[in-house]
Design a protein around this ligand. Structure first.
Ligand SMILES: O=C(O)CCC(=O)C(=O)O
Length: 280
């Protein structure tokens, strides 16, 4: 029996998270560049995140419109969805799959480079529909960045589940779009499933062909603490909002990997360094 390149093997690969051993996830991550972890979030959490994503998108869209960048390719895309005080913030406090992520970074520290939401509305062609990588530098087996995609609706072929090209992280140059279209497969799954993938793996959103159902997900990139995030969370978030996060989330938001802005900030005893000595 021949298997079409777009056949979703993810559903078959989809073992309950607890049943995916460290050995197996490390193997899959190395060989094909991604792993699906089913059932990571309860329904109530998925619902709360979905609702808050819509609100975050409205806030982003207003700024996009004001600044003349509310193009069709930006439709359904929300960026830096943190600081709203609800489920999206708590998601960072209680980040799933922490051990997996830590292992990916050789048991070292990591921060968030991006925290966004993709709503992928019916009929839209967001910029993420173009096959791409989420890190520009090719560093081979040394990992600079890891993507996390959190499904907030069931991901189906019809509503534009993410396309991914197995093993493409092994290539220094990304393959052609034609090759991607021929061999990429679609990662279908259930709301609450999470996919981790090497940011060098070529992937894209797919068009949502439903009548009226958005296909929402959270999209995060984690990176080594010395890699620049897309936004400076320590300047973006007001102090009272920053203070509400757990120490773990504060690490994620890069508060331990800041850059001094004055000699006063720079010349400090070690315990007050802006870029802490354990951030490597
Ligand atoms: O929305 C998707 O399916 C993919 C999102 C994506 O390409 C990205 O976050 O880089």
């Amino acid at each position: 029996m021949s298997i079409s390149p777009r056949t979703n093997l993810a559903a078959r690969d989809g073992l309950p998270a607890a049943a995916i051993s460290a050995e197996e996830s490390a193997f899959l991550m190395r060989a094909r560049g991604w792993v699906l972890f089913p059932g990571c979030l309860p329904d109530s959490g998925v619902r709360a995140l979905g609702q808050e994503c819509e609100k975050a998108y409205e806030a982003c869209r207003k700024v996009q419109e004001k600044n003349g960048v509310a193009t069709a390719s930006m439709e359904g895309a929300a960026h830096h969805v943190v600081g709203y005080g609800g489920a999206l913030d708590r998601f960072l406090d209680e980040l799933p799959l922490q051990e997996e992520i830590e292992r990916y970074f050789d048991d070292g520290k990591y921060i968030i480079l991006t925290y966004g939401a993709a709503i992928n509305p019916p009929g839209a062609r967001p910029y993420t529909c173009k096959p791409h990588r989420d890190v520009r530098a090719y560093t081979g087996d040394y990992h600079l960045s890891l993507n996390m995609l959190v499904m907030l609706d069931d991901f189906t072929a019809e509503n534009g589940a993410t396309l991914i090209l197995d093993g493409s992280h092994h290539l220094p140059e990304p393959p052609s779009t034609a090759l991607f279209e021929r061999h990429a497969r679609q990662i279908t799954g259930k709301a609450g499933d999470i996919v981790l993938f090497n940011s060098l793996v070529v992937h894209s959103a797919a068009p949502n062909r439903t009548e009226s159902s958005p296909r929402r997900c959270l999209t995060l990139c984690f990176g080594r603490p010395y890699v620049k995030p897309q936004i400076d969370f320590s300047r973006y978030l007001p102090q009272d909002v920053q203070d509400r996060f757990t120490p773990f989330a504060r690490q994620l938001l890069g508060f331990n990997a800041r850059v001094a802005a004055s000699l006063e900030e720079y010349y400090q005893p070690m315990e007050r360094w802006m870029f802490k000595s354990d951030q490597r």
